[in-house]
Design a binder for this molecule. Structure first.
Ligand SMILES: *Cc1c(COP(=O)(O)O)cnc(C)c1O
Length: 221
């Protein structure tokens, strides 16, 4: 793989930041490596990228322990649903969990964090489109959910959303930002390959870019 894709995305991220009068170093590029062949991931690591997102615990377990041995300073983020039976595996592997989406998961994370004396940084996933099939807390429940997570001492740093595919993303990004601001949360994980520049204009602090960086994914097994 050539270096072109990573360099191009980095420069588009920086340009979008400058257009929004933001500091480019305030925006984290999360390279979404799910369902990508190992050699593409290694190539991006060799080019210096260190922050990666995976959506399945099991797939990530299959390759990231070895990659973390081989490359220093990797930050791995879980960006897909977390079942409580995979919680300990996820805590062993992920530095950030972006998909805290229900009270039961928050409770299990809190007791695991207490037992381990540590917790990954956490984002709450918000179902901004209120789609039935999609994970995430309803916008009207965010304030109460943030408060209950804080009461359990969970390190909630921000909000994450995946807008409905068939709608313009901008209103969803605006809603997520409003919810974060009124809850005093600094981090906004929003924007994917098709719309990360819009997300940066609207305040994203991390963008999750998969196919634009790595190329088309393999079909899930
Ligand atoms: C797959 C995925 C992405 C990346 O999507 P692309 O369109 O390939 O950039 C971002 N966020 C989440 C939650 C994903 O599951």
């Amino acid at each position: 793989m050539s270096d072109v894709a990573l360099a191009e995305i980095q420069s588009k991220v920086a340009a979008a930041a400058r257009r929004a009068e933001r500091d480019p170093s305030d925006i984290r590029l999360v390279a979404v490596s799910k369902q990508q062949p190992l050699e593409r991931i290694v190539a991006v690591l060799e080019q210096g990228q260190r922050c990666f997102g995976e959506n399945r615990v099991q797939e990530a377990q299959g390759r990231w322990p070895a990659l973390k041995e081989r490359f220093d300073g990797v930050e791995l983020r879980l960006i897909g649903p977390l079942q409580t039976n995979k919680l300990n595996a996820a805590l062993d592997l992920f530095d950030v969990i972006e998909t805290v989406d229900r009270p039961k998961l928050a409770e299990k994370l809190a007791s695991a964090a207490q037992a381990r004396g540590a917790s990954p940084s956490l984002f709450i996933q918000v179902n901004t489109g209120e789609e039935e099939q999609k994970a995430g807390v309803a916008p009207t429940s965010v304030d109460a959910f943030v408060a209950s997570c804080r009461a359990m001492d969970l390190p909630i740093v921000g909000l994450m959303a995946i807008p409905p595919v068939e709608e313009a993303a901008a209103p969803h990004f605006a809603l997520l930002r409003k919810l974060a601001e009124r809850n005093g949360l600094q981090e906004l994980s929003m924007g994917m390959s098709a719309d990360y520049e819009i997300a940066i204009a609207m305040g994203a602090t991390s963008v999750r870019v998969g196919s634009a960086l790595f190329g088309a994914r393999n079909k899930p097994a």
